[in-house]
Every structure is written in structure tokens, then in C-alpha cells.
Design a protein around this ligand. Structure first.
Ligand SMILES: *[C@@H]1O[C@H](CO)[C@@H](O)[C@H](O)[C@H]1NC(C)=O
Ligand SMILES: *[C@@H]1O[C@H](CO)[C@@H](O)[C@H](O)[C@H]1NC(C)=O
Ligand SMILES: *[C@@H]1O[C@H](CO)[C@@H](O)[C@H](O)[C@H]1NC(C)=O
Ligand SMILES: *[C@@H]1O[C@H](CO)[C@@H](O)[C@H](O)[C@H]1NC(C)=O
Length: 359
């Protein structure tokens, strides 16, 4: 397709994407406009209207010692550091993200926040990168320990969704990672622009600094079918736990072709599988990586039971207009520090991941 033809198609798709998101008349306030101080300002549920089309949120936002167990329906998440973050994953075993995107609950690496904990051995490799405007955590997991079906290629969770109520519905996220906290780990600010891909035994989560620049483009949520390789380009390695400094990525969808800056929009699902994307994402450069052993980072986690998550969600939060599986594996491309010995293998893995979600 010629460049001008691609541009005009892109423009049409952009309009379609804008029209697609419509507030639910029963709960017209978008989740991104619901702001609460942590923890005192947080209500029991931020999204409780039973008349809403997708029903009320299945869990709650006040999370404490009473709710801290492997059946917790806590939907208040924390994303702070390599040893202290939560991922969104299903409340019941053997679920797909596509079927449960409105219902996901927080699974965390640190006790004390009233959530479920990732069972021991969930995380196989994690890379935490801090850039001028966001933090990004990408890694390799045994997703069955997070109640995901073994073969689920997953999808994207974000505070938007077709009805602007978020996936999960009412899911809040807080962080102490940004300078506005002055390095004070005990103060948490709500983060509004975030995205979390889960699936393919990988994950990536990106949280943009509320006081940073270009948050909406850097934490863009409209490329839900393209996975981590495009949305959170990274060189996470399976088996490695590392903290790095990095540059900001180029906003998702933006690329250069013959010297011109172009913007790609993913096609709607009705047009079938995505067979090609006109650009290859670039992993931003990173430096000052410090590696850890997982045993140093993740203490106090429960042994896997194989029977966790038997809680019955209340309310009927059947997803409407659920997304098809986005690819969620880390890209596996490796041009970063510490990757030299395995670059060929990791590069091949990156290609396979890409083909898995494009096919
Ligand atoms: C603990 O959390 C539960 C569930 O949100 C809530 O019902 C309860 O009031 C909380 N307890 C305290 C002491 O805040
Ligand atoms: C998960 O669900 C699928 C489809 O419903 C089923 O075929 C499979 O046996 C289940 N796996 C486990 C471990 O329960
Ligand atoms: C904040 O937490 C990080 C990671 O958990 C830790 O490395 C750092 O030392 C902590 N800072 C303070 C001031 O406690
Ligand atoms: C990551 O490593 C673990 C442990 O060696 C392995 O079981 C798992 O399959 C690997 N994951 C991927 C996506 O290669």
C-alpha cells in the first residue's frame, strides 16, 4: 500500500477508534477522571452502579488485612519498583484475559496491601526500567500461577475500555516511583496513564509520571492487539532480574519512513488478523543496569496451591466488546547490557513472539 493510501486509511481508523469509546449512561464519569488520595480518600468501590451495562465492578478498592488472601478481590494496584508491583490477572483459575478483562484483580509481589500475592515461582525474569517520563516493568511468568489459561495470548488492561470504565472495571493504580514523591516510599500518588499486557507467559506494565510530559502518547491504550513488543519495547531476558535507567520510547504507532514521521493505527478486529505492521519497534537505549537474584527481591510469597482463586465474583461483569487477544510476551529482542551471550537466541524468540500474535 502506498504511503498516502495508508495515511488516509489510518485517518479513518483513528476516527473509528474515537467513536468506539462511549461512556455508559449509568456511570458517565470516565475512570480516568476519578481521583482519590491514598489510602484515606479511596471509596469501597469506585464503580458501583448496578444499572451500568457491564454491571458494577466485581471487587473493591478498600484493601486491608481482612482482604489480604488468595481469594482477595482487591482492585487497587501498586506499581513501585522491581520488588514491589502488582499485575492484573483473573480472579478464577484457567481464565483468559479476553473473557475476564473487566474483572481482573491485583496480584502483587509484596504483602501488606490487602491483595493477592503472586505465588512463589511466578516470575521467571523481570526488567524494571525508569525513564524520564515513565516506569516500565516487563518480564516472563508462569501465567497459570496467576489464574490464566496456559495457552492464553492475553490482551491489554488499561483505565479506559469501550465504556471508559476501565479494564478491570474500577481498577485503581498508585505509585511512589516518581520524583514528585521526593523519594519518599511511604507516599503514593494515583497514576492515571498506565497499560498492562498479560499473556503468552509474559507481561509488561507501563506507568506514566502524572507530572511528566506526553503521558497519553507514551502510555497510549489504543494498540491493544500489538502486544508488548510495540507497546513497551524492551529487552527483558528470561531468567534475569534487573533494574535499568532508560530513554523514553517513541510513542506507540509513531515511526519514520523515508524521512517522514508517520502514525500507524491498528485496524479494527472486523478486518481480521493483523498481517503486517509497517514498522518495527525500536527498543530505547538503557544503561546502568543492576541485576538481582529473585530470592533477594521476592520474599513472603505463598507457595503455589493450584487451587487459589476460588472466590465467586458478585455481580455480572460480563465483558462487552471484549478485545481479541493481544500479544503480551516481552519482545525478547536483546541489545542491552548483559544480553551479549544470548542475543541470537533472544532475537529469534522475539521474532517468534511477533509471529504468534500476527498470525
Ligand atoms: C477492610 O476492607 C474491607 C473491604 O473493602 C472493608 O469492608 C472494611 O471496612 C475494611 N476495614 C477497615 C478497618 O477499614
Ligand atoms: C482450562 O480450560 C480449558 C477450556 O475450558 C480446558 O480444556 C482445560 O482442561 C482447562 N485446564 C485446566 C488445567 O483446568
Ligand atoms: C524505596 O524503595 C526502593 C525499592 O524498594 C529502595 O531501593 C529504596 O531504598 C527505598 N527508598 C527509601 C528512601 O526508603
Ligand atoms: C522462561 O524460563 C522458564 C524457566 O526456565 C521456562 O520454564 C519458561 O518456559 C521460559 N519462558 C519463556 C517464554 O521462554
Amino acid at each position: 500500500m502506498s504511503r498516502s493510501a495508508l495515511s488516509s486509511v489510518s485517518a479513518l481508523l483513528a476516527i473509528a477508534a474515537v467513536v468506539r469509546a462511549q461512556p455508559d449512561p449509568a456511570d458517565p464519569t470516565p475512570l480516568v477522571d476519578k481521583h482519590y488520595a491514598y489510602p484515606s480518600g479511596i471509596p469501597y468501590q469506585v464503580d458501583y452502579n448496578t444499572a451500568a451495562i457491564r454491571g458494577p465492578q466485581i471487587g473493591y478498592n478498600i484493601c486491608n488485612g481482612t482482604t489480604e488472601n488468595q481469594d482477595s478481590l482487591c482492585q487497587t494496584s501498586m506499581v513501585n519498583h522491581i520488588d514491589d508491583f502488582c499485575l492484573w490477572a483473573p480472579p478464577k483459575p484457567n481464565s483468559t484475559i479476553g473473557d475476564t478483562e473487566g474483572q481482573e484483580v491485583a496480584w502483587c509481589t509484596k504483602p501488606g496491601r490487602g491483595t493477592r500475592l503472586m505465588p512463589e515461582g511466578t516470575l521467571y525474569g523481570v526488567q524494571y526500567i525508569k525513564t524520564p517520563n515513565y516506569i516500565q516493568i516487563a518480564g516472563f511468568v508462569d501465567q497459570t500461577k496467576l489464574n490464566m489459561a496456559a495457552d492464553d495470548y492475553g490482551g491489554e488492561l488499561d483505565p479506559h475500555g469501550a465504556d471508559l470504565r476501565g479494564n478491570p472495571l474500577g481498577g485503581l493504580m498508585y505509585s511512589n516511583a516518581f520524583p514528585s514523591n521526593n523519594g519518599n516510599n511511604d507516599t503514593y500518588q494515583q497514576v492515571i496513564d498506565w497499560t498492562n499486557f498479560m499473556g503468552g507467559n509474559g507481561f509488561c506494565i507501563k506507568v506514566c509520571d502524572p507530572a511528566g510530559t506526553n503521558q497519553q502518547a507514551l502510555c497510549q491504550n489504543i494498540y491493544d492487539r500489538l502486544g508488548c513488543a510495540y507497546n513497551a519495547p524492551n529487552n527483558a531476558q528470561n531468567g534475569t532480574f534487573e533494574v535499568c535507567q532508560g530513554d523514553d520510547m517513541t510513542p506507540v504507532g509513531v515511526y519514520t519512513s523515508n524521512g517522514a514521521t508517520m502514525t500507524y493505527f491498528q485496524p479494527p478486529e472486523s478486518l481480521g488478523p493483523i498481517s503486517s505492521v509497517p514498522y518495527t519497534p525500536v527498543v530505547p537505549s538503557s544503561s546502568s543496569c543492576v541485576t538481582y537474584q529473585s530470592a533477594q527481591l521476592y520474599t513472603g510469597l505463598p507457595a503455589p496451591t493450584g487451587a487459589s482463586g476460588s472466590a465467586q465474583p458478585t455481580g455480572s461483569a460480563k465483558p462487552s466488546g471484549s478485545k481479541s487477544g493481544g500479544a503480551a510476551a516481552p519482545s525478547g529482542t536483546s541489545n542491552g547490557a548483559g544480553a551479549l551471550g544470548v542475543s541470537t537466541v533472544a532475537g529469534a524468540a522475539g521474532v517468534l513472539f511477533a509471529m504468534a500474535f500476527l498470525s
